[in-house]
Design a protein around this ligand. Sequence first.
Ligand code: GN1
Ligand code: MG
Length: 320
Amino acid sequence: MLTLAQAIKIYPGDYTELQLLTGGHIHKTYRVKRSDGKSLIFQQFNSSVFKRKDLVEKNYLRSLKVLEQNQIFTLPFFMNRKGGIFFEDNWRICEYLENSTTSEICISEKVAFEAGRISGSFLKTLAKESEYPFIIENFHSPSFRYKALPKSTEETKKLFSEIDTLKSIALSLERKPSSITHNDLKLTNILFIGEEAKAIIDLDLIQPGSVEIDFGDLLRSVGTTGAEDQFSEAQASLVAACISGFISSGVDFDPKFLALSPFVVSWTLGVRFLADYLSGDIYFTTHYPKQNLKRAEAQIARAKMWLEKSESLLREIKNA
Ligand code: GN1
Ligand code: MG
């Protein structure tokens, strides 16, 4: 746990209050208030998950320039003396956007539209980029994630068979990365002021990916109103608003793949949560025992639901 005394050593300042932010599963993130009422974000980067910190920095600095030129905002990290973004012990620091909020649950159609719009603009801008190195290869690959699953136990037998029932469709949706994308484009990575989307954060996985998969990740989080470890039905009005926001940006995509993307993203993530549960919860931060199993069950149930909805999603995408 970071203390104010440690924060002052990393980056001197007049700090008064410190709060751990629990949204992310990988890095440790803190909001640190200053005496003038403004806040900084201190984030300790997880270098066992992101083994190529050099590439994270490289892709981040390159994309930041292009995004800024196109009026797509993020919270830029402070630069160290060498022009890099890491301070001692892998800490990174940026200014908090005053009055901004993030939310795990989408609260309105306007928020869903805005999430779609800013994400589409972000992806449209990065689509003009090329030759970024991979930071983590096979990140969204359904077949790679399936192969990495440890052996089932009695407890996970039923979940394994549900995964297997959907496996051939999921694996048929394997696509080669074709565009530079965000790769973790979920609602909690968008900053809002009121109901307006202002910035996209968590740019650690900008690398070759697929526009459709990023959209699937977004819709997975925007179109349902339950937490990630609960099953939750899609909300038709939020789904429709997110699709129209995305399309309003003018980003290019394959409609058929887009309609199946929330299914394949949920399935792959369910497999990843289950693999981590069976490996002893070494990757995703958990807040109670068996949370990764609950997350896996919820994502697989959602995958099934998104698959059932894929035809109506396609109609909606074509008519938007
Ligand atoms: C992880 O830490 P966070 O929440 O930004 C994960 C994503 C998952 C997400 C599930 C590097 O992201 O792939 O979709 O959890 N990031 C990494 O909420 O594995
Ligand atoms: Mg992330």
